[in-house]
Design a protein around this ligand. Structure first.
Ligand SMILES: [Zn+2]
Length: 246
């Protein structure tokens, strides 16, 4: 790989990253995720980071029997997401200069560091690819692949290709889906995504539908955002609008 292009993952690969033998084990049919309130992005608001992560999990959802669910409780989270720099004492591994992010492979229910994702806050994170900014959603989809136990792909079009491609394309190829099937042990139904709702239609139907859509997620997201009750509606509306735009 060309050295001048940023890599999604660090080399040498962190401990456990090349040793996944199985995928994440869900808890009660759910894979919980949590955005750290301590190690946050300097570039994007928490809301924008959460929207990017929701979009990224939604991208993988069709290939999972378990559902992804945000939680404000880090201790029950399979995947904890942190933005860190090499100055942070608690960083598990230093980032190479060109490393955008890294993630750990799963181990059982992944309640410790396993499946956690670390984004290099020294880079400029953006909602879309720009000349000097990296598309967070895109890199998150890649790191989630590792958090699920996937290794890199040598297909430049696949999201698991090790270096960041300077565009907003996010493609999960059939090979990568096969890899997931090997890890998770069942056949995903590509034709029938579980999250096949019409976001635009829900948005125009108003707040009641919005709340129904987010009934499972609203509280956890609000808590992660540390929102006051009266601000929830506007912030969630903004999140929905961002999802539609994305
Ligand atoms: Zn990678």
């Amino acid at each position: 790989m060309p050295i001048t292009r940023p890599a999604c993952c660090s080399k040498p690969i962190p401990r456990r990253i090349s040793t996944a033998k199985s995928g994440i084990k869900p808890i009660d049919g759910k894979i919980f995720w949590h955005l750290s309130g301590e190690y946050v992005s300097e570039d994007l608001t928490k809301l924008k980071v959460i929207v990017a992560m929701q979009k990224a999990f939604a991208k993988w959802q069709p290939y999972f029997a378990a559902t992804f669910e945000p939680t404000s409780d880090a201790s029950k989270s399979a995947i904890v997401i942190r933005f860190m720099s090499n100055d942070d004492e608690e960083i598990p591994y230093q980032f190479d200069e060109l490393t955008l992010a890294y993630a750990f492979f799963p181990e059982g229910e992944s309640l410790g560091i396993d499946s956690d994702m670390y984004f290099n806050d020294a880079h400029n994170w953006t909602e879309m690819h720009t000349d000097d900014g990296f598309n967070l959603f895109k890199v998150a989809v890649h790191e989630m692949g590792h958090a699920f136990g996937l290794d890199h792909s040598d297909d430049e079009n696949d999201i698991m290709f090790p270096t960041y491609q300077a565009n907003d394309d996010v493609i999960i190829t059939a090979d990568t889906v096969d890899g997931l099937r090997r890890l998770n042990g069942w056949v995903p139904s590509i034709e029938k995504p579980k999250t096949d709702f019409d976001l635009a239609a829900i948005f125009t139907k108003g707040e009641k539908s919005l709340k129904r859509l987010y009934s499972a997620d609203l509280r956890a997201i609000s808590e992660m955002l540390e929102l006051k009750t009266h601000r929830r509606k506007n912030d969630m509306a903004e999140a929905i609008a961002a999802r539609i735009a994305g």
